[in-house]
Design a protein around this ligand. Structure first.
Ligand code: AHZ
Length: 310
């Protein structure tokens, strides 16, 4: 990284006035345990805050422009995939792109906006591995709040040094290349933009995106919605897939098994799982039972490792 540029005139003045303030406040600084209404923060300059953020964000953009795996969508399936992949392969550079400000997709609540999250066995083993407590009800388990699952898996994912999450960032397109093996096309990365920009393309022209190159993209963009099923829709638009079969009605008995067993590389370079897969394959939805999403994420991670190791 190049050395920081010298301070501007304005910064030097601000430093001086802050130093004066520092000297004054230092006298009143007290240890945490003795705090009685005299809480005093360590000094900071406005530009230090700006630079602390921009330098890291810039470094991250520079580094992740070439990633090993890009995960699209940080819902229950995408986050579980990131956790499983980063746990198994700490050397991989894994970049997660999430359109929303808050990662987690639909997994902040269980169903009909209620708190509890139902996970059918045997996917409760994934909860055990991640470290999410649950109540055992026989064939299924219940996490007392879906947010407990999402916040726990998210905290683990974010702590991996090899994982970068860009939230408020949307995948706007896929990168494709001729596939040297098959003769058709393969996915070779994603095209991204800040979500607010993506939402405003109709208002301004030429707000061009940027790219992340990766040999493998794992897409968990969820079922159809404002952003949902993004990658599989794009596969149709690019002619890599003929048509979407569209998500079918709810069948809790069969839907989860189908999603897990069919989580796969749907075209070269793109693995799809979670509810996005139901739009591609015409599979049933399962409603508010999440074991299929967790196991689909783990299955995708296993498929990714096989492909990257081949
Ligand atoms: O914001 C989306 C959400 O957080 C994100 N996303 C979608 N398109 C994107 C794009 N770029 C970046 N173009 C994008 N991010 O993807 C996430 C999808 O999360 P989700 O919770 O909607 O999907 P999931 O497959 O992980 O979990 C589905 C949970 C469901 S839906 C359902 C039913 O309807 O029956 N049942 C279950 C368990």
């Amino acid at each position: 990284r190049p050395p920081s540029p010298p301070l501007s005139k304005a910064e030097t003045a601000s430093e001086a006035s802050n130093d004066l303030l520092d000297a004054k406040t230092a006298a009143t600084r007290v240890p945490h345990e003795d705090w009685e209404g005299k809480y005093t923060f360590a000094p900071i300059k406005e530009w230090q805050v700006s630079r602390a953020m921009t330098r890291r964000y810039g470094d991250d953009l520079y580094r992740t422009a070439v990633s090993d795996v890009v995960i699209v969508g940080a819902g229950s399936a995408g986050l579980t995939c990131a956790w499983a992949l980063a746990t198994a392969r700490p050397e991989l550079a894994i970049t997660i792109i999430e359109a929303g400000v808050a990662p987690g997709g639909g997994a902040w609540l269980g169903g009909q906006l209620m708190s509890a999250m139902v996970v059918r066995k045997p996917a409760h083993q994934i909860l055990e591995d991640v470290g999410v407590p649950f109540e055992d009800e026989g064939d299924f388990v219940v996490v007392k709040h879906a947010a407990l699952f999402t916040s726990t898996v998210l905290s683990k994912v974010l702590a991996f040094p090899n994982v970068k999450l860009y939230n408020a960032t949307a995948v706007e397109d896929l990168i494709t290349r001729p596939d040297p093996l098959g003769g058709g096309l393969r996915v070779a990365g994603v095209v991204s933009n800040w979500t607010l920009v993506t939402l405003a393309h109709g208002l301004q022209s030429c707000m061009d995106p940027q790219t992340i190159t990766a040999p493998l993209v794992c897409s968990f963009a969820g079922h159809d919605g404002p952003f949902g099923a993004f990658s599989v829709k794009r596969l149709v638009a690019t002619g890599m897939v003929e048509q979407l079969k569209n998500m079918r009605a709810l069948n809790m008995t069969s839907a989860e098994d189908y999603i897990v067993n069919n989580t796969r590389e749907v075209v070269p370079g793109l693995i799809t799982g979670g509810m996005e897969l139901s739009e591609l394959d015409g599979a049933n939805r399962m409603g508010a039972t999440f074991g299929g999403m967790l196991a689909s994420g783990v299955k995708a991670a296993k498929e990714a490792i096989k492909i990257l190791d081949a």
